[in-house]
Design a binder for this molecule. Structure first.
Ligand code: ADP
Ligand code: MG
Length: 449
């Protein structure tokens, strides 16, 4: 192993750039050793959009009728969506403070026309369980260390998602008004990305003296209770509930898990996210928001214009694309579309021949639980990827996420801002993007030097 690679791996282990692999052995998180270089104006464009996206999504989340109208058909064939819809209620009425920790994921696409250059296109807007709050900071620190010791030629763009997110959490706890209260982190039984969660907990305690309780949803059902609307877990008052689980049907495999979710939802704890927020992040909702005239019902026309520049075509399966049925068009151009069900967490989408086969096998009813999305063709760049201590330099594509945080009272923002970035770099021939699933490597951004 080269000395530089060993230095990088030592840093990763020392600074907690870690995860469990699929056999639950401790390893470093996969990382890249070449920052993703983008133009300053592209970076700026993504960054300034964060508060507008937050504003839009909060309004969508609080619009129960809109969510029901557009998710009804999917819920008829997707029990998970149905269960979520059944629990959805007017959460503002229970708790006027609302908080979101979001992440808008983009890939760059070539600009149309002669001017050249790239424009950010949105892959999806994440409303629940946004990972890499801590690890995205640690990969920045790793690249900074390598740069300062002349082991990396390019300076990474600074950001500190961890501090921004923890500061926002502390503000929410303080607004709730009970200084001795705790944050509840909803977690899975076994978590590969454990350290990314625990670092949030330690920072919240160290900086703000706020303690965290970790629990599964069934744990909440077993150990939680309501008292005058407040949520107590093992007699600790919970002011803020932060979900790092609950986004996938598997998180509800225990018979009491939905009971736990219901208890949280009906309590006055500030929820990141509420069920409405989670549903607003559905792919179906993303598709509907892209239709002509829909955004303008929620935000100003000027803001809508800016957001729409980042949208690519999204379709329901009963629509037409280019004068043919969406299914025919996508099946005859499998390289140009992605088929997505109403799921989060990676590994659920269909690409290429699998997409064609799935489109063929879906019944008319089942089709309603899916959407088609134009494939974003991100520019290929070389990067050195380090996975399980092995380095290889290969052609890659990168995806940039912008974190956002906001706190509102009765839909008036107390703060609403961008909170830093995540870069995931993966082999060009890899379709999906998950880091812990083993598809992608953590990276940083750099600007032309
Ligand atoms: P999930 O909610 O499971 O994370 P995403 O919509 O983010 O679902 O898709 C997962 C991954 O698939 C993305 O990180 C990206 O790498 C790839 N992907 C999704 N949509 C597109 C698209 N329209 N074009 C190209 N790649 C995509
Ligand atoms: Mg995603």
């Amino acid at each position: 192993m080269s000395e530089n690679l060993q230095n990088a791996i030592d840093f990763a282990f020392t600074q907690g750039l870690l995860k469990y692999n699929t056999s639950f052995q401790l390893t470093h998180a996969p990382f890249a050793l070449m920052p993703y270089n983008i133009e300053g104006n592209t970076l700026n464009q993504m960054t300034i959009l964060t508060p507008f996206f937050n504003e839009l999504m909060l309004k969508v989340a609080n619009n129960s009728d809109f969510l029901r109208e557009h998710l009804h058909d999917a819920s008829e064939v997707d029990l998970f969506v149905k269960n979520l819809l059944n629990l959805e209620q007017n959460s503002e009425a229970i708790q006027p403070y609302q908080m979101m920790i979001t992440r808008s994921d983009f890939m760059l696409a070539e600009k149309n026309g002669s001017a050249g250059g790239f424009i950010p296109k949105q892959v999806e807007f994440n409303m629940i369980s946004n990972s890499f709050v801590f690890l995205s900071r640690q990969i920045y620190l790793l690249h900074k260390y390598l740069y300062e010791t002349q082991q990396l030629e390019i300076e990474p763009v600074e950001h500190n998602t961890l501090d921004n997110v923890v500061e926002a959490m502390a503000a929410a706890v303080q607004r709730y008004g009970y200084p001795e209260s705790s944050m509840l982190m909803i977690v899975q039984h076994k978590e590969q990305n454990l350290f990314d969660q625990r670092a949030i907990e330690y920072k919240l305690l160290e900086k703000y003296g706020i303690s965290t309780v970790r629990s599964t949803l069934e744990g909440v059902a077993a150990n939680g209770r309501l008292n005058e609307g407040h949520l107590y877990l093992n007699d600790r008052l919970i002011s803020l509930t932060y979900f790092r689980a609950g986004y996938a049907p598997e998180d509800y495999s225990h018979p009491d898990a939905w009971k736990g979710r219901k208890l949280v939802e009906s309590s006055s704890t500030i929820k990141v996210p509420t069920i409405g927020m989670q549903l607003a992040g559905a792919k179906k909702i993303q598709q509907v928001l892209g239709k002509t005239g829909v955004l303008e019902n929620f935000i100003s026309e000027a803001e809508a214009v800016l957001l729409k520049e980042t949208f690519v075509g999204m379709y329901s399966l009963d629509e037409e694309i280019e004068n043919r049925s969406a299914i025919e068009t996508a099946s005859s151009h499998p390289d140009d579309y992605v088929l997505k069900p109403q799921r989060e967490g990676g590994g659920n989408n269909y690409f290429d021949t699998e997409m064609v086969a799935q489109l063929k096998s879906l019944t008319r009813e089942e089709q309603k639980a899916y959407i088609l999305m134009e494939r974003i063709k991100a520019p290929v760049h070389d990067s050195m990827l380090v996975v399980e201590k092995e380095a290889s330099t290969i052609p890659c594509v990168s995806e940039v996420g912008r974190f956002g945080v906001c706190l509102s009272k009765e839909e008036h923002f107390i703060f609403n801002q961008d909170a830093g970035y995540l870069v995931r770099t993966k082999s060009e021939d890899q379709n999906e993007g998950g880091v812990c699933a083993g598809y992608a490597c953590l990276n940083t951004l750099s600007l032309p030097q």
